[in-house]
Design a protein around this ligand. Structure first.
Ligand code: PEP
Ligand code: MG
Length: 567
């Protein structure tokens, strides 16, 4: 038994078999074909079955998980039908007289090398898709019995060097029990996504992960403590079994809060909403009874693809989210691309400091046509529910005014086209830079609400890269400087008569729930897996007491100070 120590990125304990993302080479013997025509026929039949299988998987994923996750199967189906690829296989069979399996592997290697050598990151990633598609066709050539509608029977723990946000969001959630990466940070978007997806995850394990874990090895993973046992002994297996049972019992206990109102024993109401990045997570938010969606990360519609999602595709996604949450507020954040969330087709220039560069609302302002397409899709979707929209990474009143100007232009465009939209869409901004927090008194009169993004607010206040594993321990939102900015922002909102929520990870810190409520925070938006623990905390808080506001602010500051001292 080997013990590996990484950082706990998303809680939960699981036992399962490892599957390495580094695809193993499929060994196929170099055989010659005695009858090339028959051999080509075999290949064509296997390829057709692959396309059918992929189309079925697309339909199933579209229905059960959502359009974005389904997209990968449509891309794979297109690859299986790619003329150049199939011609390469045909040449191998007809000209070189190889058996179909070997001709397929030769074509796969050729295309894999072609994609791997490309400059564009998106295109380089396609090398992995070529491997996947070739492996599927090979399976059919070898007479694989098709796994009915169910890729899910085989569950595994995914081990990889690192995962990009788009890879994470595209994980098959029914099959992946947990993921473990050699690199990565607990504050990265992949880690945040894992928490949103309720998927145990350990990051920053080091290269040893990839050198000591083989495909199929048994792993016991503790996503809380960042611990992995490779080939665990019986004692560990028993311990894990007990812990999994306890976790299940705790889950059932928490589930009693699913339909409870989020209200403290002395009557203070707070909305406990969910942060989501895909339809799968919207469904998870519904399952746990979230009071709404406090942050829909719309940029995930733009990631892991070759071109912009058009207005209709966006409209479908936003509508689907709104329809899933009848009567509840769904806050969709406009595009937050840039920094660690890159889409090559935007053609953004390489930057020295991408976290301080052209990202989020800065991209929307630099590319008004992209923003306007999104704005029209949002406006058109608004008839399907209670939509609110917020703009990310604000630093000035001018940005807000410009974005509102574009928003109004999108409305005029729809008016001219005779398209309807709701008249009462709330517009908010994210407070995730020290600049925005410091001028929150000036920003508040411009909008209907604030949502404090403590992940970026912490990164920019402390000048610590949230992606840097070496800083993860120090990069904490409980730092007094961040807490003071939060307090000031809430105070500015209160003075202007607008409501304020927290949608960064700090919102799920149960040691701060009471402080946030005392401040007057109206909404806490957390990953779906944290909705019920936060609601339980709210419903069981000791009396917040009356006392005049001033006294309560003071207490709050002390709370924060004490916490920072303790950590
Ligand atoms: C934040 O910065 O706190 C936030 C919620 O946005 P993201 O994590 O997507 O940057
Ligand atoms: Mg942010």
């Amino acid at each position: 038994m080997l013990t590996l120590q990484g950082k706990g990125a998303s809680g939960g304990v699981v036992v399962g078999r490892a599957r390495l993302l580094r695809h193993e080479e499929i060994k196929v013997k170099r055989d010659t074909a005695t009858d090339p025509t028959a051999e080509w026929g075999r290949y064509e039949a296997a390829r057709a079955r692959t396309v059918e299988e992929l189309e079925r998987l697309y339909d199933q994923s579209y229905r059960e998980i959502g359009a974005e996750q389904a997209e990968i199967f449509s891309v794979h189906a297109m690859m299986a039908e790619d003329e150049d690829f199939n011609e390469a296989v045909q040449r191998g069979i007809v000209e070189q007289q190889y058996r179909a399996e070997y001709a397929l592997m030769r074509a796969k290697e050729q295309f894999e090398a072609l994609f791997s050598g490309m400059e564009d990151e998106y295109m380089r990633e396609r090398a992995g898709d070529v491997r996947d598609v070739a492996a599927r066709i090979l399976g059919h050539l070898k007479g694989k019995v098709e796994r009915k509608s169910n890729e899910t029977e085989e569950t595994y723990i995914l081990c990889a060097e690192d995962l990009t946000p788009s890879q994470t969001v595209n994980l098959d959630r029914r099959a992946v029990l947990a993921f473990v990466t050699a690199k990565g940070s607990t504050n990265s978007h992949s880690a945040i996504l894992a928490r949103s997806m309720n998927l145990p995850a350990v990051v920053d394990v080091g290269e040893e992960l990839l050198t000591s874990v083989v495909d199929g090895a048994m792993l016991a993973v503790d996503g809380e403590r960042g611990l992995i046992y490779v080939d665990p002994d019986d004692a560990i297996l028993q311990e894990w079994d007990e812990r999994m049972q306890r976790a299940q019992a705790r889950g059932e206990q928490l589930f009693q809060y699913r339909d409870r109102e989020s209200r403290t024993p002395d009557g203070q109401r707070v909305e406990i909403c969910a942060n989501v990045g895909s339809m799968g997570e919207v469904q998870e938010a519904v399952r746990v009874g979230a009071d709404g969606i406090g942050l829909f990360r719309s940029e995930f519609l733009y990631l892991g693809r070759q071109d912009y999602p058009d207005e209709e595709e966006q409209l479908r996604a936003y509508r689907q989210a709104l329809i899933s949450m009848p009567g509840k507020r769904v806050i969709i954040r406009t595009l937050d691309i840039g920094a660690d969330k890159q889409a090559a087709y935007f053609g953004l220039a390489r930057e020295e400091n991408p976290a301080l560069g052209l990202r989020a609302c800065r991209v929307s302002l630099a590319r008004p046509e992209v923003f306007l397409t999104q704005a029209r899709a949002l406006l058109r979707a608004s008839a399907s529910g209670r939509l609110a929209v917020m703009f990310p990474l604000i630093t000035s009143t001018r940005e807000v005014e410009q974005l509102l100007g574009l928003w109004n232009r999108a409305k005029r465009e729809l008016d001219a086209a005779g398209e309807a939209y709701a008249q009462d869409i709330e517009i908010g901004i994210m407070i995730e830079t020290p600049a925005a927090a410091i001028i929150s008194d000036r920003l508040a009169p411009l909008v209907d609400f604030f949502s404090i993004g403590t992940n970026d607010l912490t990164q920019y206040t402390l000048a610590m890269d949230r992606q840097n594993a070496a800083l993860a321990e120090a990069c904490q939102g409980q730092h007094e400087s961040v807490m003071r900015l939060i307090r000031y922002t809430v105070e500015s909102a209160r003075r202007a008569g607008i409501w304020v929520g927290i949608c960064g990870e700090l919102g799920a810190d149960l040691t701060l729930t009471e402080s946030f409520l005392r401040m007057g925070v109206a909404e806490l938006s957390v990953s779906p897996g944290a909705v019920l623990p936060v609601r339980e905390r709210v419903c069981t808080l000791p009396s917040l007491g009356a006392g005049d506001k001033k006294e309560r602010w003071g207490e709050m500051e002390e709370d924060a100070h004490e916490l920072v001292e303790k950590r």
